[in-house]
Design a protein around this ligand. Sequence first.
Ligand SMILES: NC(=O)C1=CN([C@@H]2O[C@H](COP(=O)(O)OP(=O)(O)OC[C@H]3O[C@@H](n4cnc5c(N)ncnc54)[C@H](OP(=O)(O)O)[C@@H]3O)[C@@H](O)[C@H]2O)C=CC1
Ligand SMILES: O=C(O)CCC(=O)C(=O)O
Ligand SMILES: [Mg+2]
Length: 729
Amino acid sequence: MSDIIYTKVDEAPELASASFLPIIQKFAAAAGVSVGTKDISLAGRILATFPEHLKEDQRQSDDLAELGQLVKTADANVIKLPNISASVPQLVAAIKELQAQGFALPDYPESPATDAEKEVRAKYDTIKGSAVNPVLREGNSDRRAAKAVKSFAQSNPHRMGDWTADSKTKVSAMSGGDFFSNERSATLDKDTTAKIVLVTDAGETVLKDGLSYPAGTVVDATFMSADALQSFLEEQIEQTKADGTLFSLHMKATMMKVSDPIIFGHAVKAFLAPVFEKHGDAMRDLGVNPNSGLGDLLARVKDNAAIMADIDATMAARPPMYMVNSDKGITNLHVSSDVIIDASMPALIRAGGKGWGPDGKEHDTNCVIPDNSYAPVYDETIKFFKENGKLNPATAGTVQNVGLMAQKAEEYGSHPTTFEIAEAGTVKMILDDGTVLHQHKVEAGDIWRSASARKAPIEDWVNLAIDRQKAEGCSAIFWLDAARAHDAELIAYVKPILEAKGVADKFEIMAPREATRRSLEIITEGKNTIAITGNVLRDYLTDLFPILELATSAKMLSIVKLMNGGGLFETGAGGSAPKHVQQLQEENHLRWDSLGEFCALGESLTFLADSKGNEKARVLGQAVDAATQGILDHDRSPSRKVGEPDNRASHYWFARYWAEALAQQNSDADLAAHFAPIAKALAEGEEAILSELAEVQGAPADLGGYYHADPAKTADVMRPSKTLNAIIG
Ligand SMILES: NC(=O)C1=CN([C@@H]2O[C@H](COP(=O)(O)OP(=O)(O)OC[C@H]3O[C@@H](n4cnc5c(N)ncnc54)[C@H](OP(=O)(O)O)[C@@H]3O)[C@@H](O)[C@H]2O)C=CC1
Ligand SMILES: O=C(O)CCC(=O)C(=O)O
Ligand SMILES: [Mg+2]
């Protein structure tokens, strides 16, 4: 096993790795540190799942399963880049691409009928959505801007859209019948197994059996009423039209991979309600599944003139929709993975509450976030900016995050226990001693789910918060709502730990809406605060505040202190930036910023030094931090525009600053001697390297694939400088 594992992923970060990883491996080798890779890309995971369909030489090991084991050991030292969490249309596209490349994979069965199809579908469903992060995140989350990154953002503030008091932009959430209002929660007093059943007039159906929870687990159950959701969506469509704003739906269909695609499907049905009423049967025959989005729907009905005419007429009568890409006619409802709430809401808030309309212009927007559990965070943020004007990133303090995440905590671990109810009845969660822990009366179509959080991760999270507060000495707020069932159970854990450690006076506990306002007030005053949150708010806030403070969450330090002693270092808090790949393919410019990779690399090397007593790794790590500082001081981050220095040029500068720092340090003479000539060659090669990197820009670039790009072609595109390649090898 290599000392450090660097993950192979997809899209923009994987392109960046083609340029950056050879540099890391070369530098690390000089210190005897090995850096290996493990493939967690969507294509790689598909190939690893179907060995029986592939030729011997096409088969691939199940790297995710291996990493899943590794992160449970003290030996883990993993640098984790963002990977695609695939919606069904993306999964289908990836399968098609692999089939075209000669991999005889089975098709994705849209409506599996035979046992064989059901088996294939079940296997594909394990790959769908957010299937990697929950496996690797065997620890809680510590995300913040490194001090150097925050001060850089303050001295180079990014541009923000203006907020005005009369903005019509707002958040709309359900006032009842949602997951928030139906939640029940309890903490188990002993180890138990459990089952979930649906009791109807006809008898009992087992939805899930063989669940097992250790004592101390907080177990929740809740449901979203399909009727309440439908009425809410109908009202919102009407209200948006009346307000003259854009209609937009924001959700997390990737991480909430069972519930949210269904909610998304309801929105598609509501928006096109007259079409579904008139042509429902014909559309079903064409294989339309609203959960797959408007894009898939249009592709299936495009040859039916009557349906198309009614779609056009309906769209014309509806409020204009918030667009993902107005040039290409891609709407908010095309694909559920195109509008991911943690990225989409902050982008809209940063832009002064504006979304892009079908006319290619910016407009005020109705942000529909059906479930009311976390919608108040965005609602309050918008209210705060309407009252106070936009945040000033030059003077704003920072909101750090400590997030409960380990062992599939809370909603993000609820997929195996989420069900779309087939018929009216009562869902019961029954423990092995016969106790009915939770029950709900449900109707057909309701979405019922149970989520849980275990005792050890909860205690670890509170202790991590105590450590972080001690290190920072700033305000620290548990974002927990005493009036919400689940949060009340967590508060029962939090308070005694804080009291036993004598630190209760250092912390506040506030519901998300109040915590949002307090945090915005604190950072507006230039002070800092730590948001200590559950898993979903961890995700939302670590895009929201970084995007407001730094323009992007890509620059975040994202540490997962694994519960069994290992380290997982995520690179930034954002995703795999599909738009960046498009730009590279069209004009050979990659605007991906690798600052997240730089921060994670420094942490990983320092962790290697601490955990394995490897002093050379410490020297390498300190030099990485100096190089990262160099990138910021000299403004060497990639530009967004073709013709200007991009990701590849930033890697050249990083290598140069890294080599210079190593050559100049005096803790390790061997390393200094080794890197002196490399630093010299990189400095002398500057002009040649930068012009070789610049020359290739402007023309289309061929990667030989999107989900499964050709490694040789990708390396050609991402390493176009002969001079640099000669130095790196
Ligand atoms: N940890 C993980 O594995 C994560 C994975 N994802 C996955 O990533 C995919 C895309 O998700 P999406 O919600 O669109 O979010 P992204 O974070 O990928 O993209 C949103 C926007 O953020 C900006 N951005 C993000 N990272 C960088 C970077 N390193 N450098 C410069 N700009 C950056 C880009 O803005 P601009 O266009 O202005 O340049 C980009 O278009 C999905 O498949 C999602 O599931 C998402 C989050 C985390
Ligand atoms: O796993 C995913 O799909 C996304 C993860 C994410 O957005 C986050 O952890 O911030
Ligand atoms: Mg996120």
